[in-house]
Write a protein that binds this ligand. Structure first.
Ligand code: PGA
Length: 251
């Protein structure tokens, strides 16, 4: 049975002390969330160690927002998967549309990143999703299918047990414009079908598929009620512990 997850993507927000306070506030309310719902906070690299100190030993898991596509060496400014794992983080987000759009993250680089993350014992939240132009041209299914084929099809069914997919339509991220529950479910079901076609029904059934894009306490219930939506990757609303927990209470 696949796991339900609510993950907060803090992006480039909060100073270290602010992040520590936010993590403490999430931990403080985490007991209210049903035991079957996984809670993850994804923080900037600088915050991983201190936040690990806050969430360690609690039910809240820790994630990075990215990691390098190289193992180690002369790559100034990069942070490797091994470094992320050594902070105590169990997860990393990879392939977020902001990384793809602003930092030239290609599917080829993502394959390397996913490989290194898994090799270092990290679980991965892999983001896919179409932009507005692609959606308006009716190409959303094709775009998402290509992203999945290019990246996930390079991994085995066994490795898929450590990978969560996040469908995030770019036009819904940070815009206040959420995909309707119907629009989101349609793509989630299609993603599951694509996974079933390649990895088999069991892997497809066991893979957690999150929705991301202006998810908030007021719309999470309807989204999470869809059969193929297993939770959310939350940006803006994850910066307030009460909103983040409110979303996690929407199952
Ligand atoms: P948002 O971001 O909730 O602020 O739209 C979601 C994301 O980018 O992961």
């Amino acid at each position: 049975m696949r796991k339900k997850i609510v993950a907060g993507n803090w992006k480039m927000n909060t100073t270290v002390p602010e992040g520590v306070e936010l993590a403490k506030a999430v931990v403080a309310r985490s007991a209210e969330v049903p035991a079957g719902v996984g809670l993850i906070v994804a923080t900037p690299f600088t915050h991983l160690c201190p936040v690990a100190g806050v969430v360690g030993g609690t039910r809240v898991e820790l994630s990075a927002e990215n990691c390098a596509d190289k193992e180690k060496g002369a790559y100034t400014g990069e942070v490797s998967a091994a470094m992320v794992a050594s902070t105590g983080a169990q997860w990393t987000i990879l392939g977020h549309s902001e990384r793809r759009q602003y930092y030239g993250e290609t599917d080829e680089k993502l394959v390397e990143k996913v490989k290194l993350a898994l090799a270092n014992g990290l679980k991965v939240i892999l983001c896919v999703g179409e932009n507005l132009e692609e959606r308006e041209a009716g190409r959303h299914f094709e775009v998402v299918k290509t992203q999945i084929e290019n990246v996930l099809f390079q991994f085995t069914a066994e490795e898929m047990a450590s990978i969560v997919v996040a469908y995030e339509p770019v036009w819904a991220i940070g815009t206040g414009k959420t995909a309707t529950a119907g629009q989101a479910e349609e793509i989630h079901a299609c993603i599951r079908q694509i996974l079933a076609g390649h990895f088999g029904a069991q892997v497809a059934d066991d893979t957690t598929i999150l929705y991301g894009g202006s998810c908030k306490p007021s719309n999470a219930k309807e989204l999470f009620a869809q059969p193929d939506i297993d939770g959310g990757l939350i940006g803006g609303a994850a910066l307030k512990a009460d909103d983040f927990i409110g979303i996690a209470l929407s199952f």
